[in-house]
Write a protein that binds this ligand. Structure first.
Ligand code: NAI
Ligand code: 3PY
Length: 386
């Protein structure tokens, strides 16, 4: 039997019981739940990653919905336990939901929420930060200074790559990939090549308009190209940033063979999910190609890194913090809470998961809808017409 887990209770007499597997930033999400007759139980266990058994103990005998985290394994066991406890809603506090078995959720009639949009710019900004840090060797240079090794300016000291006029490659030009592409094109006057299963018309229009603006100002216009294959991006780009979802089509999308196709001095950024790269192959590639650099926010087997990665100077590694700005994390908590609340209250699903701003306005009541339910169609849930 699972041991009891420590919890903090809000509004003990609330009609609906909702569990959050972690404390989340901000208070708006808490207030929205308790003002709507929810008894909220927040797990305050010190352990970072909760096991399936821990979460089953949290769900207990009666639970209307759960707000969970991307570190948790939401499959058959948890959805069955939630359903048995009368639960109809689960929301990840994340846009990615590769930790969720949506088929299992469908089987038990549980709605699965996620948190799109609110983290788009924040995540793209971290990808841009890693790009600059890698291109200009900022982490190596910082370590050098702190080690007291700086004894004067030198022509060859920490020479890196200029971004202006180079080509940025984006794999997965959805919300975050497109935001990153715009930052790099407009901010650094880079040319764009992208690969996605779908055409990103808005992104293409943006780069076309920016090119016209530059031309009108007597500057060299930027260019864009939608690549027919991913390999085309790997071969042509100087910087490559990965932003696809993680599913079976993108698992080990960047492997040994594909790394070999990239330029020897290319920079690879990953703010999507770790398994999109074969990390062991990447470590070998970095060892044999010292001018090739990477910026990684995510890892194949988090929280671990593959052996050898931590010792490599041409790798910058940060602990899955791409969405970690205060506004974004508070907004993610709000969207996750409203997904669960909306389903518990019988609200419809918001008409467009790409336009969730009305839920984030702190000065107004949020719409009576679930902001984003990924299996709405499969469960036949009604959509808001607002
Ligand atoms: N490191 C972090 O903290 C964060 C990571 N993420 C990750 O970023 C992912 C993308 O998020 P959004 O841009 O909001 O999602 P999105 O759904 O707008 O974009 C994903 C894009 O990937 C494309 N795609 C799917 N399969 C592909 C394939 N085989 N090859 C090329 N492209 C493919 C889709 O067509 C889509 O345009 C999330 O699923 C999540 O895993 C998101 C936020 C923060
Ligand atoms: O939202 C996600 O998918 C994350 O990885 C964390 O923001």
């Amino acid at each position: 039997m699972a041991k009891p887990v420590s919890i903090e209770v809000w509004n003990p007499s609330g009609k609906y019981r909702v569990v959050s597997t972690k404390p989340m930033p901000g208070t708006r999400w808490i207030n929205l739940l308790i003002q709507n007759d929810v008894r909220l139980e927040i797990c305050t266990e010190k352990k970072t990653i909760l096991s399936v058994e821990d979460i089953i103990a949290l769900i207990g005998d009666k639970c209307d919905g759960v707000i969970g985290q991307l570190t948790e394994d939401w499959g058959e066991e948890l959805f069955s336990a939630l359903s048995k406890a009368g639960g109809k809603a689960f929301s990840n506090m994340a846009v990615g939901y590769n930790n969720v078995d949506v088929d299992a959720a469908n089987k038990y009639g549980v709605a699965v929420g996620n948190t799109p949009g609110v983290l788009t710019e924040t995540t793209a900004e971290l990808a841009a930060s890693l790009t600059l840090a890698a291109a200009r060797r900022i982490v190596e240079a910082d370590e050098f200074m702190r080690a007291g090794l700086y004894d004067g300016w030198l022509p060859h000291l920490f020479v890196g790559n200029l971004l202006k006029g180079q080509t940025v490659g984006v794999i997965g030009a959805g919300r975050i990939g497109s935001a990153y592409a715009r930052m790099m094109v407009e901010g650094f006057k880079m040319n764009l090549i992208y690969y996605d299963l779908y055409q990103s018309t808005r992104l293409e229009k943006f780069v076309t308009a920016y090119a016209a603006f530059l031309k009108a100002n007597g500057e060299t216009p930027v260019t864009w190209k939608r690549a027919a294959t991913m390999d085309e991006v790997l071969q042509e780009a100087d910087i490559i940033s990965l932003h696809p979802v993680l599913d079976k089509t993108t698992y080990h999308l960047v492997n040994k063979e594909r790394l070999a196709k990239m330029k020897k001095e290319a920079i690879l950024i990953n703010c999507s999910r770790g398994p999109v790269i074969d990390e062991a192959a990447l470590v070998e590639h970095l060892k044999h190609n010292p001018m090739f650099r990477v910026g990684l926010d995510v890892f194949e087997e988090e929280p671990y890194m593959k052996p050898g990665l931590a010792e490599l100077k041409n790798a910058i590694v940060v602990p899955h913090i791409a969405s970690a700005s205060k506004w974004t994390r508070e907004g993610m908590a709000t969207l996750a809470a409203l997904n669960v609340l909306g389903k518990v209250k019988g609200y419809p699903v918001w008409f467009d998961a790409n336009r969730v701003e009305p839920f984030l306005n702190e000065n107004a009541r949020p719409p009576a809808a679930c902001p984003s339910i990924v299996n709405a169609k499969a469960l036949g849930l009604p959509t808001s017409k607002l």
